[in-house]
Design a protein around this ligand. Structure first.
Ligand SMILES: NC(=O)c1ccc[n+]([C@@H]2O[C@H](COP(=O)([O-])OP(=O)(O)OC[C@H]3O[C@@H](n4cnc5c(N)ncnc54)[C@H](OP(=O)(O)O)[C@@H]3O)[C@@H](O)[C@H]2O)c1
Length: 215
């Protein structure tokens, strides 16, 4: 069952089953180490958990794109090959790591900013490269930019989430993974006034992983 917008945190503590977030490996081994740049998920999620239709986003939200730009600027971005192709190019001011099993993947597909595209064929290699890039860039976070497949595989490694809750029940085939909300502490919530060009209302909500707070 995909995630949907969270219940209030006190409700979540009572009702959500524990330990359902998936990860290829146990995250505490790598999470919260002072030597490691935190991994932060950035995602926009509909009320029904949908994040995409497999080719792109199911909404037009220029305000969220601007927010995404602000959060991600100057940082390494980790993304799946399908998300990279839906964006269509490397994003200026950031270093993009595309994860693909395709050994023939052509990173010059990124057009004018292809020097800022890196390719990794395994998740561990992608995470290690992201750490190196973050150190070189002086970035305070590594960004996990999607899509559904990458969120599902790596959510267990994330210490932060910058989520946009979009007030629509969107049609789409790709969803955000199951979340155990009791693992996450809401640290900031803003409900901006949407612009005339935004399809829907939305809230920007930041979460920190609770286990990281006690270290
Ligand atoms: N709402 C949001 O915030 C948001 C954010 C990002 C994306 N999206 C949407 O999400 C959708 C795309 O998500 P998706 O789940 O279909 O695809 P995805 O996660 O973007 O990419 C999946 C691809 O990543 C590669 N990959 C995954 N795991 C791998 C591993 N362990 N090792 C090597 N390569 C691996 C594979 O590429 P190969 O097939 O090339 O091997 C796989 O097909 C789009 O609709 C996009 O618009 C939404």
């Amino acid at each position: 069952m995909p995630a949907s917008h969270p219940p209030r945190i006190d409700e979540a503590m009572d009702k959500q089953p524990h330990g359902q977030e998936s990860a290829g490996k146990a995250w505490p081994d790598v999470c919260c180490s002072p030597a490691r740049t935190p991994l932060a998920i950035v995602a926009a999620i509909a009320e029904n958990g949908v994040i995409g239709d497999g080719r792109g986003l199911p909404w037009h939200l220029p305000s969220d794109l601007k927010h995404f730009r602000g959060i991600t600027m100057g940082k390494p971005l980790l993304m799946g090959r399908k998300t990279f192709e839906s964006i269509g190019c490397a994003l200026p001011g950031r270093e993009t790591i595309v994860v693909t099993r395709d050994r023939a993947f052509d990173s010059s597909r990124g057009g004018g900013h292809s020097k800022a595209i890196h390719v990794a064929h395994e998740l561990e290699a992608a995470l290690a490269l992201a750490q190196d890039l973050a150190r070189a860039m002086g970035a305070e976070e590594v960004i996990l930019a999607g899509g559904g497949n990458l969120y599902e595989s790596l959510i267990g490694y994330a210490e932060r989430m910058h989520l946009t809750f979009v007030d629509v029940a969107a049609r789409g085939t790709v969803s955000f993974p199951e979340i155990d909300w009791s693992n996450w502490l809401e640290v900031n919530r803003v409900r901006p006034r949407p612009s005339a060009r935004d399809d829907a209302t939305f809230a920007f909500v930041d979460f920190d992983r609770r286990h990281c707070l006690s270290l």
